[in-house]
Write a protein that binds this ligand. Structure first.
Ligand code: RUB
Length: 265
């Protein structure tokens, strides 16, 4: 299999996952095959990913995927730097799934803290998060998804990534994020979204429904497996969106993105 098709396959299977990594690898694929049909194929890999869509749009505008790639990486470095400052000594941080931006921010924190995280069924991206943090010497308490309330009760801040932020400032992230945000509200635990602003889109994107086999390869006509990849965190459950534009309330974030990046539709 050539390198282009391997990237496509790895994004589709979630070997490459997380909005930022999907966009960066999408740009690598675009560099290999910049023709119209190949770009269409790249965009189709994960339909609920504005970061990929915006990164490709920018690459087309500047006629160079590498420039877009570097822009996105630098933007994420700025986000991580700002987010790392939210963490106080002995913080107990809750996170879900695997966000490279959240992990990048935690890498920069130089006070002691611990992490509570959920395994993230069906594909266990939470294990990836736990392993990466543990390798950095960070103590992790790892929970099944249904123990999210316990994990949140034992946390004093919640950091989640984002896949898509819509024009109301509602945030689409890995399935389970909505329930987490409701628990955050119930326990008065501040929830921050750590993200670059290319996750924004004013378009109405559908939530991707993934292969049922990821959950259970069962053959029974009376059982239908539902496998939505994401759900929606309402803006009112979000304390702040931390991006390269600063720490902002969701609606202010949207207004600022519209001003800074008028080409993002
Ligand atoms: C990953 C996920 C991450 C966001 C942000 O879902 O929900 O929180 O994509 O990631 P999936 P990042 O595993 O289905 O891709 O901060 O790396 O952009």
């Amino acid at each position: 299999m050539d390198e282009f098709n391997k990237i496509i396959k790895d994004i589709k299977s979630l070997k490459i996952q997380g909005a930022t990594n999907i966009a960066l690898n999408g740009l690598k694929a675009m560099q290999l095959k910049p023709d119209y049909k190949s770009i269409k194929l790249i965009l189709k890999t994960r339909p609920t990913e504005p970061c990929l869509q915006n990164a490709i749009k920018y690459a087309k505008e500047v006629e160079n995927p590498k420039i877009s790639y570097n822009y996105l990486r630098n933007m994420d470095k700025r986000v991580e730097n700002i987010a790392s400052k939210l963490i106080k000594k002995n913080s107990k941080i809750f996170t879900h799934c695997h966000s490279s931006t959240v992990i990048g921010a935690l890498k920069l924190v130089n006070v002691k803290f611990s992490v509570n995280n959920t395994e993230t069924r069906p594909l266990y991206q939470g294990r990836k998060t736990a392993n990466e943090l543990a390798k950095m010497g960070i103590k992790v308490n790892h929970y099944v998804d249904s123990a999210a309330e316990d994990a949140i009760k034992n946390s004093n801040i919640i950091l989640l990534g984002a896949d898509y932020i819509n024009s109301e400032g509602n945030v689409y992230n890995k399935i389970g994020s909505y329930a987490i945000s409701e628990l955050a509200k119930k326990h008065k635990t501040p929830l921050f979204i750590i993200t670059n602003s290319w996750k924004y889109s004013s378009k109405k994107l559908k939530i991707e429904n993934r292969d049922s086999k990821e959950i259970w390869d069962v053959a029974n006509k009376n059982i239908t497996i539902k496998n939505p990849a994401f759900d929606i965190i309402p803006n009112k459950n979000i304390k702040g969106i931390v991006s390269e534009l600063g720490v902002l309330k969701p609606k202010k974030f949207v207004n600022k993105v519209k001003k800074e990046y008028s080409w993002i539709k």
